[in-house]
Design a protein around this ligand. Structure first.
Ligand code: F6R
Length: 607
């Protein structure tokens, strides 16, 4: 992960680097640092922890210079302290890096034998010394960088700057994203267009294996053999504003509350509410001719895919394989020639999801991606991009992106069902009508936040929580547990309610609340039986259900959160909100860093 930036500018560069890093903090926030060249000399400031610590340091010890590089870190090699913070120096060179150098151990040994000593535990420092060694041998900077790059294995986005040259940064990409930003008499490098948005929206994305020489008034991109390559310059879309929290305490709270609106936007993109039909899509395959759909994603996006399995199979009679991308990519899955593959990702940069996409692409399978960042690598490498219209999601815990992913997938399932003749046009109209009601129900559920806050106050006293659900509520139970553990650090597990008796029931006691997601659906009675099993063993139940379910659940609960009765197809979208609020308020009571929980980053570009 990590975010990197480079600026060859015409005004003091340090504040500009910090501005760009603020926009990249979602990629990691363990430590941050910048380096500049002033009067020919390299200098740097680095600080452990959030960017604000670096800012404080720079207030006390400012850095001059018109050229610089910056970094915000998500630690892979070495603890997140100042010594391991980037930029890393060797004699005459400064480097920032996002990714993992896989052959760093052997390179380190080789460099040690050559007399180089290491001040950090990072893999990045080897790159600095590799370039430094070439410089020391009299190789000019650009060639020195190129020679070093050819020695690297693994994933990297790099920005390299040199002592004595105030008009040169070398960038390179193999895996994690890197973009060149074009200004007037100034040039930029950044992990994404968002970082560069205050300076320019004219962007050229590097492709894997590219490296670039950036100067104030020119740039040139090469492949690893040193041949010049051409990449398209494009205008980046709508990222120039810095999103703020509005009246909310945290981005996560704001993003939860934005859901009625962004779900409505997303659904309207795919569904024609007036005619009661799903909109035609320019897909690289025909749903009617598919024998299988493969969905691959990570974390919350994977769970959105898992919910959609129920929709595609039930409504469209289309078999679906859903995989965690880090498993899928190495499993050597045989793929049918009559299949299509969907990849779900908020950031569009998740390394494992991207690798899975490339695996399917190499097998000739048509690719669709459900992404929130439309200019991301996953979007660019797909045959068709099916955007979620969630807007920028800043809170590390995904909320509105998840419900927008569900909205896209539900719309696609209806489209597939109609295309495959699995539903009549009357049924399609009814489903579209039901989906159009999701934003209204989501808004109603947000009004329950007083009650949910009260439940969360109680939940914050426990160390373990179990989430249970059946059918689409099973992936939702896993999502509830994921949300809770990632921001409140309470240990939580999500299980299929029917699986309880096969092991997890042994955990039940009064110290472990059990949250059951059970709208009054086709298998409600089965879930009630599972709740009885919990209650019989002294388990404390928090039931999230609807009016009908509350009236029919014959179990004593610690609390029942009652949602309005709603059509079955929208329940997974709407029931996501109470579990998000529950995690949010619990984390607030626990006093954790809600928007930037420990050890995490928003965009996971390492495997
Ligand atoms: C959890 C969360 C993560 C992401 C996962 C995939 O709240 O946000 O589990 O869903 O890292 O990220 P994307 O969607 O960017 O591919």
């Amino acid at each position: 992960m990590c975010g990197i930036v480079g600026i060859v500018g015409h005004s003091p560069v340090a504040p500009l680097l910090v501005e760009a890093l603020k926009r990249l903090e979602y990629r990691g926030y363990d430590s941050a640092g910048i380096a500049t060249v002033e009067h020919g000399e390299l200098a740097r400031r680095r600080a452990e922890g959030k960017l604000v610590n670096l800012q404080r340091k720079l207030d006390g010890e400012p850095l001059g210079g018109l050229i610089g590089i910056g970094h915000t870190r998500w630690a892979t090699h070495g603890v997140p302290n100042e010594t391991n913070a980037h930029p890393h120096f060797s004699d005459g060179v400064a480097i920032v890096h996002n990714g993992i150098i896989e052959n760093f151990a052997e390179l380190r040994e080789e460099l040690k034998k050559d007399g180089y000593s290491f001040t950090s535990q990072t893999d990045t420092e080897v790159v600095a010394h590799l370039v430094g060694r070439e410089l020391a041998a009299g190789v000019p900077p650009v060639e020195a960088a190129h020679r070093a790059l050819k020695r690297l294995e693994g994933a990297f986005a790099l920005a390299i700057m040199f002592r004595g040259d105030e008009d040169l940064i070398v960038g390179a990409r193999n895996g994690p994203p890197l973009a060149v930003g074009h200004g007037k008499g100034e040039m930029f490098l950044g992990s994404d267009a968002i970082a560069l948005a205050p300076f320019t929206n004219s962007i050229t994305y590097l492709e894997d294996g590219d490296w670039v020489v950036v100067r104030r008034n020119e740039f040139a991109i090469f492949d690893m053999e040193g041949n010049p390559v051409k990449r398209k310059r494009q205008q980046s879309l709508g990222t120039s504003f810095m999103v703020d929290k509005g009246n909310h305490r945290h981005f996560m709270e704001k993003e939860i509350h934005e859901q009625p609106e962004v779900i409505a936007h997303t659904l309207a993109h795919y569904l024609d509410f007036a005619n009661g039909t799903s909109r035609p899509l320019d897909l690289p395959f025909d749903f009617a001719k598919l024998d299988r759909l493969t969905i691959s994603a990570c974390g919350t996006a994977y769970l959105a895919g898992l919910v959609s399995k129920y929709w595609f199979e039930r409504l469209a009679k289309l078999p679906v394989d859903v995989d965690i991308a880090s498993e899928f990519r190495y499993r050597e899955v045989p793929l049918s020639t009559k299949s299509a593959a969907f990849f779900v990702s908020q950031s569009g940069e998740t390394a494992d999801t991207l690798a899975s996409l490339r695996y399917c692409k190499a097998a000739g399978v048509p690719i669709g991606s459900i992404v929130n960042v439309r200019e991301s690598t996953i979007a660019r490498e797909s045959d068709v991009t099916l955007p979620t219209l969630a807007g920028p999601e800043i809170g590390v815990a995904s909320t509105k992106a998840f419900t927008c992913q569900l909205s896209v997938l539900a719309s696609l399932a209806v489209r597939a069902a109609a295309a495959r003749g699995a539903i009549s046009s009357e049924e399609e109209r009814a489903m579209v009508r039901s989906l159009s009601e999701a934003p209204r129900y989501a808004a109603q559920v947000l009004k329950l936040d007083g009650q949910i806050e009260k439940v969360a106050r109680e939940l914050a006293h426990y160390k373990h929580v179990l989430y249970l659900g059946r059918d689409t509520n099973y992936p939702l139970a896993m999502e509830g547990a994921l949300k809770l553990k990632e921001i409140s650090y309470i240990h939580a597990e999500g299980y299929a309610a029917g699986e309880l008796k096969h092991g997890p029931i042994a955990l039940i006691d009064e110290q472990m609340p059990v949250i059951v997601i059970a709208p009054h659906d086709r298998i409600f009675e089965k879930t009630v039986s599972n709740m009885q099993e919990v209650a019989a063993r002294g388990g404390k139940i928090i039931l999230i259900t609807d009016t009908k379910g509350a009236a029919r659940a014959t179990v004593d609960t610690m609390e029942t959160i009652v949602l309005p009765d709603m059509p079955e197809i929208i329940a997974p979208i709407v029931y996501a909100l109470p579990i998000q609020l529950l995690a949010y308020y619990t984390a607030v009571f626990m006093g954790t860093d809600v928007d930037q929980p420990r050890n995490l980053a928003k965009s996971v570009t390492v495997e």
